[in-house]
Design a binder for this molecule. Structure first.
Ligand code: COA
Length: 201
């Protein structure tokens, strides 16, 4: 069953955050449970965010999230909301500085090495995150949730969807190219090699 993030019961947000962490090895996941959960809480309330979840409807785990796609016309502004309230953010960083100092360095590096290639043109929305639970892959769910995201973006009046994907992620590259995304640029961001891809609506 597919439903917009805005309609996902708050009780399922921790499971969605856990799915994100299990499927998306990015800086947000490295920042830990508290940040990922807060990100989804903020995204759920942000009217500019387009996000779709797929829920498992069969036993033994009814209603657990098994896939998601989330995008924004301004991903940096959504990330910036994580810095509020400032006391919460400072406490989280302090905790990380002691438990995982490398992640704090990674956070600083990501700000310094952010590439221009990621900037959005007028009318574009970024597909920021998409993931399918490992046990549900290879059955068309990635394609289904991507199509739902694209349709929501079209309905909201966007003219294209843009995304960045690491060049060594064959599953994601297959999903995007078979769907019709094309590579517009290949670039380096810190230690990552990425393609910028676009799908015109
Ligand atoms: C990328 C991902 C979402 C694909 O989900 P999925 O449900 O397995 O994808 P689908 O079953 O819908 O497959 C879509 C297409 O990609 C192809 N594909 C999927 N995985 C593939 C793989 N590992 N190698 C080659 N092709 C693959 C499928 O054959 C299918 O092609 P078709 O339309 O010609 O049949 C999933 O692998 C995932 O969650 N990966 C981890 C998170 C991630 O990397 N996200 C993207 C970050 S940019």
């Amino acid at each position: 069953m597919l439903l917009p993030l805005s309609q996902l019961p708050a009780s399922l947000l921790p499971a969605l955050a856990a799915l994100h962490q299990a499927t998306m090895p990015t800086l947000l996941s490295d920042l830990g449970d508290n940040f990922v959960l807060r990100y989804y809480q903020l995204a759920q309330k942000d009217p500019t965010v387009i996000a779709i979840c797929a829920l498992e409807t069969s036993q033994p785990s009814p209603q657990s999230p098994i896939a998601y796609a989330l995008g924004s016309p301004d991903p940096a502004a959504l990330n910036a909301q994580l810095r509020q309230p400032l006391t919460w953010f400072a406490l989280q960083l302090l905790r990380l500085a002691f438990s995982r100092p490398g992640v704090v360095l990674q956070l600083a590096r990501s700000v310094l090495t952010a590439s221009e290639a990621n900037s959005l043109k007028p009318g574009q929305i970024e597909l920021t995150y998409i993931g399918v639970a490992p046990e549900a892959r290879g059955q068309g769910l990635g394609k289904t949730i991507l199509a739902a995201f694209v349709e929501s973006a079209r309905a909201a009046g966007y003219t294209s969807v843009a995304l960045s994907v690491e060049t060594d992620n064959p599953a994601a590259l297959a999903l995007y190219t078979r769907f019709g995304f094309t590579i517009t640029q290949t670039f380096r961001e810190g230690r990552y090699h990425r393609h910028r891809m676009q799908f015109d609506l």
